[in-house]
Structure formats: structure tokens, C-alpha cells
Design a binder for this molecule. Structure first.
Ligand code: TYD
Length: 206
């Protein structure tokens, strides 16, 4: 029996990790085995690549090298953690996945969506989430949350200019509009418990 693969997407500070945790707790309370994980990272190999990607020292990566590194991290994550968990019937709740590469490396950095999807086909045999929860939040509220959380210490990608993040947000909304069967777009404003109730309803309806 195959488990379900649920992904949270959205910009910085929208509450993805809090909502991943709350969803996992609710599913576990129903007796479901749930694996929570995140990208970039989730396995030792992918976490090593994460450190390369997000460190704020050094010269940084060109757009193409960056896209390849995200795809490589995802390949290891999919092969060694996500697919085995789904195969044994566990549900996987993941903080970010392919649509982040499509939005940040494709939408934000300007590589084509087709190229990002090709990398995913090669790296991860095109594995797609069953449900993708896109959390949306007013940019100024998201920026205030990030400031509270990280005390102003932004990573290499989080620290990019506001227009970069605006392109990312637009790209996410475009993907959701193009594929409504896979996406649920959920307003992330308000109390975490209220957002969680909306998330759970969307998962149950999918
Ligand atoms: P994450 O740790 O989820 O940051 P946050 O909690 O701020 O959302 O992700 C780290 C950064 O990596 C974030 O700025 C988004 C970026 N990212 C990409 O650019 N491409 C990707 O494929 C993924 C998974 C993340």
C-alpha cells in the first residue's frame, strides 16, 4: 500500500514548518505513520548540500549550478527517504519540494520551468506530491515573522531582494492556478490553529 505525499510550499515566513508539525500530529492521532521532513535536506547527503547552498560566505552559485544542487539534494532525499516511506505505507509531510525549485530557480532566477522539470525527471524520476498546500501571506507580515524568527540573520536565498521574492510568490500562484487538482491555496494569516484547521480540511478533501 502506498502512503500519501503531502508538501507545504510558500515564501519565507509563511509558517510552513509550524503547519507541517501540526498536520503530522493530527494525522498521527488518527493512527497514521507520518514521516516529517524538509528541503533542501532531510537526509545526511541532502543536508550536506543544504549547507553548501545556504551558507552566507563564499561567492555563491550561478543560477544553473544552484538548480543542479537543489535537484541533487532532492534526488538523494527521494531515493533514500521519501520513496521507501511511501512504499511501506507511511505518509510523508515535507516542508518544500519541487515547486520551490520551480518558483525560486525557475521563477525567481529565470531558468525555464521545463529545465527544472527535466532536472526533476532525471534526479527523482519525476516524483510528484499527492497534495501541495500553498500557504500565502501578505509580504510585510511574512517579513515581520522572519525577522522575529531569525533575528534578521537571512540565508543566501532568503536574503535576496524583494522583487526576487515577489517573482517567487507570483510563480507559486501560477503553478496552483495551472494545477488545481494538486494544489490547495490557503491563507496563512491568523492563529496557527486556525490555519491548521484549514489545512486539515484541504487534506481531507483531496
Ligand atoms: P527553508 O529552510 O525552507 O527556508 P524558510 O524557512 O525561510 O522557508 O529553505 C531555505 C531556502 O531555500 C529558502 O529561501 C527557499 C530556498 N529553496 C530554493 O531556492 N529552491 C528549492 O528547491 C528549495 C527546496 C528551497
Amino acid at each position: 500500500m502506498n502512503g500519501r505525499f503531502i508538501v507545504f510550499e510558500g515564501g519565507e515566513g509563511v509558517g510552513k514548518s509550524t503547519q507541517s508539525r501540526l498536520l503530522a500530529e493530527a494525522l498521527r492521532a488518527r493512527g497514521i505513520e507520518v514521516v516529517t521532513t524538509r528541503e533542501p535536506g532531510g537526509t545526511p547527503g541532502a543536508e550536506a548540500i543544504r549547507a553548501l547552498l545556504l551558507a552566507s560566505d563564499g561567492q555563491g552559485w550561478g543560477a544553473r549550478a544552484e538548480a543542479l544542487l537543489f535537484a541533487a539534494a532532492r534526488a538523494d532525499h527521494v531515493e533514500t527517504l521519501i520513496r521507501p516511506a511511501l512504499a511501506r505505507g507511511a505518509w510523508v509531510v515535507c516542508d518544500r519540494f519541487l515547486d520551490s525549485s520551480r518558483a525560486y530557480q525557475g521563477g525567481g532566477s529565470g531558468l525555464g520551468d521545463a529545465d527544472i522539470l527535466d532536472l526533476h525527471r532525471i534526479g527523482s524520476e519525476g516524483l510528484m506530491p499527492d497534495v501541495t498546500i500553498l500557504l500565502t501571506l501578505d509580504p510585510s507580515e511574512a517579513a515581520a515573522r522572519v525577522l522575529r524568527r531569525d533575528a534578521g540573520a537571512l540565508d543566501r536565498i532568503g536574503g535576496r531582494a524583494a522583487d526576487y521574492h515577489a517573482r517567487v510568490a507570483q510563480a507559486f500562484l501560477r503553478f496552483a492556478a495551472d494545477d488545481p487538482a494538486r494544489f490547495a491555496v490557503i491563507a496563512a494569516s491568523g492563529l496557527p490553529e486556525d490555519v491548521h484547521a484549514r489545512v486539515l480540511a484541504a487534506v481531507d478533501a483531496a
